[in-house]
Design a protein around this ligand. Structure first.
Ligand SMILES: NC(=O)c1ccc[n+]([C@@H]2O[C@H](COP(=O)([O-])OP(=O)(O)OC[C@H]3O[C@@H](n4cnc5c(N)ncnc54)[C@H](OP(=O)(O)O)[C@@H]3O)[C@@H](O)[C@H]2O)c1
Length: 306
């Protein structure tokens, strides 16, 4: 099979298309004939040596969708099933065949393409796990979402609206109408020097929840918008200082079969729409990674494979 392979952790330039033996499933695993693979900042970080210690050679790719080709004992899916899967930090998604754990895949929603399904796995899964399952976001609460136009943020805005919360999106000006279309009630530009004051003017007392997908300076500013006793969920490192009574949590999202099934139900109910900025052919894997590394994609970049 053809794979994108990294033999040394040397960044995007170290990714090469190579041939490798087809995988065979062990107990509890399924081999997926990959049709779409989502590309994320985690792929860029891992191949640059900035995240985790992958065994080399390494095949990037945390999220795929495709058709089950073969199953190991005890894996309760069947050849021919259309599934989407969380490959996790072990990767392996940028390949014609991916070896997935059966408890981290689910039947994909009917009305979406393979590329759309692949792009929902980490973004949708992280938003659901972080905001709803662990963040316990309630109807009527205000939630400030940074990097709101990105892969995770675009799902988080929709999920917050779906539970009846009031999503406030933080993004560049050019993404503001886009965020309103996803369900954001107010939008703020982190380039404005007074953007946090603008949030506090819109929500006197501060927001109930911060869902920070931006990290860095934006995160450190955003924590000042959280009300006393509020909650903060950090995806890209925690803030050093929190306001009085604010409970912070660094998320390590756990995207299981149950998470993916819940996402599927939200998609089928029309509450969560996949957001794909571009689909690139497998041969353009480096270009796809470069676009993600630029940090200004809207929704997802997805590779079309097979
Ligand atoms: N801990 C976990 O379990 C977990 C899980 C998934 C993801 N993550 C992390 O969460 C982060 C977001 O992931 P993602 O896939 O959503 O990323 P992404 O799609 O690459 O995010 C792109 C978005 O980031 C925004 N952005 C860029 N620079 C910014 C800044 N300085 N301040 C605010 N926003 C900025 C851009 O908005 P504009 O173009 O509007 O400027 C763009 O829309 C990444 O660091 C990722 O590694 C963590």
């Amino acid at each position: 099979m053809r794979v994108a392979l990294v033999r040394e952790l040397g960044g995007i330039g170290s990714v090469e298309l190579r041939e490798r033996p087809d995988p065979t499933p062990s107990a509890g695993q399924a081999v997926i004939r990959v049709r779409g693979a989502g590309v994320g900042p985690w792929d860029v970080a891992i191949i640059s040596g900035a995240f985790g210690r992958p065994a080399l050679p390494y095949i990037p790719g945390f999220e795929v969708a495709g058709v089950v080709e073969a199953v190991g004992d005890g894996a309760d899916v069947r050849p021919g099933d259309r599934v989407y899967a969380n490959m996790g930090v072990a990767g392996g998604g940028f390949a014609e065949y991916a070896l997935a754990d059966a408890d981290r895949l689910a039947l994909m929603p009917q009305q979406v393409s393979f590329e759309e399904a692949a792009g929902l796995v980490v973004g949708g899964g992280t938003a659901l796990d972080g905001l709803v399952d662990r963040g316990r976001l309630q109807a009527g609460e205000t939630v400030l979402i940074t990097a709101a136009a990105g892969g995770v943020g675009s799902a988080a805005v929709q999920l917050a609206a779906a539970v009846g919360a009031r999503p406030l999106g933080v993004a560049s000006q050019r993404n503001h109408d886009y965020l309103r279309g996803l369900g954001a009630s107010e939008v703020f530009d982190y380039h404005a020097g007074d953007w946090v004051q603008q949030v506090r003017a819109a929500v006197p007392g501060g927001v109930d929840v911060l869902f920070d997908a931006a990290g860095g300076q934006t995160r450190d500013q955003a924590v000042r918008a959280v009300r006393e006793g509020g909650r903060a969920i950090f995806l890209a490192g925690a803030a050093a200082q929190l306001g009085p009574g604010v409970v912070g949590e660094s998320l390590d999202a756990d995207v299981t079969r149950q998470t993916l099934e819940a996402i599927g139900r939200l998609v089928e109910a029309g509450r969560l729409r996949p957001q794909v900025e571009a689909v690139l052919p497998f041969e353009q894997v480096r270009e796809a990674l470069e676009r993600v590394a630029g940090r200004h994609t809207r929704g997802k970049i997805v590779l079309q494979i097979g």
